[in-house]
Every structure is written in structure tokens, then in C-alpha cells.
Design a protein around this ligand. Sequence first.
Ligand code: FMN
Length: 257
Amino acid sequence: MSVCGTAYSVPRTRCALWPWVRTSAAVTVPLRKLPYPHDRSPGAEASAPHDGGMTSTRPAPHRVITPSILYFGTPVVVLSTLNADGSANLAPVSSAWALADVFVLGLGADGHTVRNLRARPELVLNFPAPHQWPQVEALALLTGADPVPPGKPAGCRYEPDKFGAAGWRPLRSELVGPPRVLECPVHVEGFATDLRPDATGQFVVVEARTLRVHADPAIVVGDTSHIDTAAWSPLVYNFRHYFGLGPRLGKAKRAEN
Ligand SMILES: Cc1cc2nc3c(=O)[nH]c(=O)nc-3n(C[C@H](O)[C@H](O)[C@H](O)COP(=O)(O)O)c2cc1C
């Protein structure tokens, strides 16, 4: 990645290796230095009020809190990647969301999954159902890295057989090397197109393109490609507690079924 005063550009250096990555021009993104809205350095408030012009004098009902984590509830995904010896690694993550067919993942920089993706960018995103939270939790303090990296939480240990540890069975993927988790209702085969450090250096932000989606017919509407939203619930990680979805509250104008 190169950065100049007004833009950064990401050369598509991996295109020769992965022909499905578009080889056209490098991506150039305008770069703007944004002020920190939370700047509370002396005088900052006086010179730059951030009240949006609101003048209410009523006390706000909200309290200022300092939560140790900000996991407001995202689906759990179990990532399959390939180890150097051809075996598979599994890692549950909750920092995962999709933009059309691009998944954005947030991974700890010292995790084994990042190491695997740097060397072998193919992956599978396995989406567990809510009742599978104990299997996910069984993977929480296991790493495929030996020795265990210093940044891992206390109690974390090396485990070369994550499938066995979770009691899950591997299922051959159709387009990528890492296997799918048979028991998970949804699998997304894909490949990482970009891995870059976040601003703190603690994390790696991964972009992954979707190659193929597999779904249990029980959560698909008839012969269509629509997920039956009444039948499917992700496993949601909500401030380190596991949840499923409650009943549907409404329907967006753009809903397709
Ligand atoms: C529900 C759940 C969500 C998690 N979310 C993330 C995440 O978003 N990013 C991350 O790097 N680790 C996350 N972790 C921790 C990793 O799973 C853990 O660090 C694991 O050791 C990674 O394995 P690896 O080192 O073999 O890649 C999560 C763990 C659990 C149980």
C-alpha cells in the first residue's frame, strides 16, 4: 500500500497468483485526515463544540460508561483455513460482516488464522446455529499456533485437531482447500484478497471474496436461493454471551422474499 497526501492506493499484487482477482487498475481511495470528535484535550471543547446545534438543557438520560469490550451483537463465524502441513484450523470470530459478496473480518494479529491466510488465502466461513454455541465455546481458548503466541488470553493452548475438539466433522469444499464444517447450516467458500493492519497494529483487517455459498435446504425457500429468514437464525455474540434471534419485527422495503 502506498500513501501520499491525499490518497492511498492498493496495488493488486496478488493477481498473478489468484486470477479471479480483478487485474485492472489499482484501487485508489481518497484520504482525509479526520478530526477526532472525542478530542478532550484542554480547550478542545470550547473551540469545537460537537453538539450539532442542540440546545436542550434537560439532563440526558444516558450515562457515560467505559465498557471493556464493544461487542454489540454480531454473528459468530467459524473460519476454516489450511495449516502448512495441509491439515485444517478452525477459529471462531464475531468481527465479521458482509458488503455484497465481500466479507470483512477483524482478526487478532498474532493468531494462527492470520498466519495461515497470509500464506494460503483460501478460507471457509462456517455459520453455526444458536444451539451450537457449546461447540464454538469449546474452540475459544484453542490456537493452531505452536508455541502459543504471547498475546493470547490466559488458559489458551495449542490444539492441532480443532475439528475433534469441537466434535465436528470436516466436509470437502468444492472450490477451496480448507474443509467445511459439516454440522454448520451455512458455508461460504472464499479467498482473502487483502490483509492489512489496523491503526493500532493489534488487529488485521481481512477482506474476503465469496466464491460459493452452501446452505442446508431446511433454511432455504423452496428451490430458490433465498434464505428462509423464519427458519434461519445466526448465533449472535452479544457482549460475550451467546444468543439466537428473537421473532421477526418487520420487513425492509428491499427484502426479496
Ligand atoms: C464467539 C467468539 C468470537 C471471537 N471473535 C473473534 C474475532 O472476531 N477476532 C479474533 O481474532 N478472535 C476472535 N475470537 C478468539 C479466537 O477464536 C481465538 O483467539 C482463537 O485462539 C483463534 O485461533 P487461531 O489462533 O488458531 O487462529 C473469538 C472467540 C469466540 C469464542
